[in-house]
Design a protein around this ligand. Sequence first.
Ligand code: HEC
Ligand code: HEC
Ligand code: HEC
Ligand code: HEC
Ligand code: HEC
Ligand code: HEC
Ligand code: HEC
Length: 271
Amino acid sequence: MVPESLAQSKLEKAAAFNDGCLRCHGAQGLKMKYNGKIVSLWVEETAFKKSMHGTSACTICHIGFTDYPHIGAQKGEALVKEVNARCQECHADVNKVYQNSAHGRALLNGKKTALCSDCHGFHDIRKHEDPASKVYKNNIPHTCTKCHQHRIAESYEESFHGKAVILGSQQSASCVDCHGKHDILGPKAETSPVNKANIPKTCAKCHRVVNENWAKGSEHFLIEKEGSGKPMFYTLKFFVWLTIIVCAGLMMIMELELYRKFKKALQKKNT
Ligand code: HEC
Ligand code: HEC
Ligand code: HEC
Ligand code: HEC
Ligand code: HEC
Ligand code: HEC
Ligand code: HEC
């Protein structure tokens, strides 16, 4: 245990150090040109102070940025990767799991992927139970669909689970309830919770009665002419046309009935 007075002086030191950085970076207008684009260098002070790392020095993540001018400092993608290596160092237990996930393996192979800061943010990281956290249950779909767009995002938003979670349900399934979080793997991986063999177990976390067909169907399909949504596409088409025809028929009956009444009323008036 750190004696309280020592811990206190450490906090004060960090705050005083950060004030130095925030003299420049606390200004909303601080910008630079990088790769032909204007990049904001503003750090929102109040959000940072309320974050999980808000009582630590900026340099826990930005090693090397101890003074200005920032000599030899990284920029752009190199900076983002460098800082994420700091997250991985401190959160070594999470990193061990992450490295074996689809995202972690892609990083090791130098491919596009999700880094820690893509899912968690950086200057505004909150505890995961905090509704302001990017990984709070109801915010997860938004966080994942920044990258997994189109079929995945749309099929989820159309699903029972998606509708419920977006409306604030705590019981329904967000992306991570089916996929895991730091151990996410694609459906081909044997240990993945969305591998055909493991789907019944995954659904059984919440559904006491698991329908055998659930592992046969596809979770992320769009109602389209081609692909796994084909039967649904034609079923939907059928019911849409059925509805149109029934409504049109009803309207015709109503109009004929009105016409009949109108004619009768006219006849009465004329006699
Ligand atoms: C005198 C103003 C000033 C101070 C003080 C200052 N910075 Fe900077 N910082 C800048 C400017 C301007 C840039 C733009 C690049 C450059 O000029 O090096 C920058 C760039 C950065 C970047 C890189 C942004 C990028 O995307 O390339 C980081 C990270 C950073 N500063 C962190 C810090 C930290 C941490 C501190 C405190 C130890 C600090 N700065 C103190 C002005 C300042
Ligand atoms: C928990 C780690 C962490 C801490 C603590 C932290 N930063 Fe950052 N910072 C990051 C990450 C990650 C990025 C890159 C984010 C990106 O652009 O994707 C970043 C980016 C920046 C940038 C570039 C502009 C931007 O918003 O992308 C500046 C400037 C900066 N930080 C300054 C600071 C200052 C000043 C402090 C302290 C008050 C600080 N940072 C504390 C993680 C951190
Ligand atoms: C694909 C998105 C994603 C990536 C990438 C990711 N996380 Fe997470 N992380 C989550 C989610 C989702 C939760 C919380 C879920 C829950 O339990 O409610 C979480 C929770 C956490 C927690 C809280 C403790 C725990 O284990 O639940 C820590 C700490 C954490 N992540 C750190 C990291 C670090 C460090 C990295 C990079 C090595 C990282 N995360 C990468 C999505 C991600
Ligand atoms: C110097 C070590 C250090 C660095 C670097 C660091 N963290 Fe942390 N992080 C901590 C500590 C300590 C906590 C607080 C743990 C607690 O109180 O539960 C924390 C808390 C968190 C939490 C909240 C955990 C929860 O319970 O929900 C997340 C998420 C997180 N960090 C992600 C990151 C990410 C992402 C980065 C890089 C951008 C990063 N950390 C960099 C030490 C660090
Ligand atoms: C910054 C973008 C980004 C974010 C955010 C992100 N991912 Fe990913 N994800 C990727 C990329 C890129 C890949 C492909 C990695 C590879 O090359 O194998 C991937 C791979 C996957 C895979 C494996 C796909 C397969 O067929 O093998 C799953 C499942 C997945 N992500 C789910 C999620 C979930 C769930 C979340 C949110 C908790 C999330 N992702 C957040 C970019 C992202
Ligand atoms: C985190 C818990 C959770 C997980 C995991 C989960 N579900 Fe659900 N599911 C729910 C809840 C709660 C409802 C009812 C409320 C709603 O519409 O979201 C529901 C509703 C449904 C419905 C529509 C209503 C019904 O009962 O017919 C289907 C179909 C369904 N789930 C299938 C699945 C399948 C398939 C899986 C596994 C791939 C799965 N669920 C995993 C919680 C979960
Ligand atoms: C009810 C469980 C469930 C939920 C909720 C869910 N998924 Fe999936 N996901 C699956 C299953 C099962 C597969 C395997 C392939 C299939 O059935 O479509 C899969 C496959 C994937 C794949 C990779 C394969 C492909 O089809 O391209 C990605 C990426 C993915 N999901 C991302 C997400 C994201 C992002 C969310 C949240 C917005 C999400 N999933 C929500 C069960 C789920």
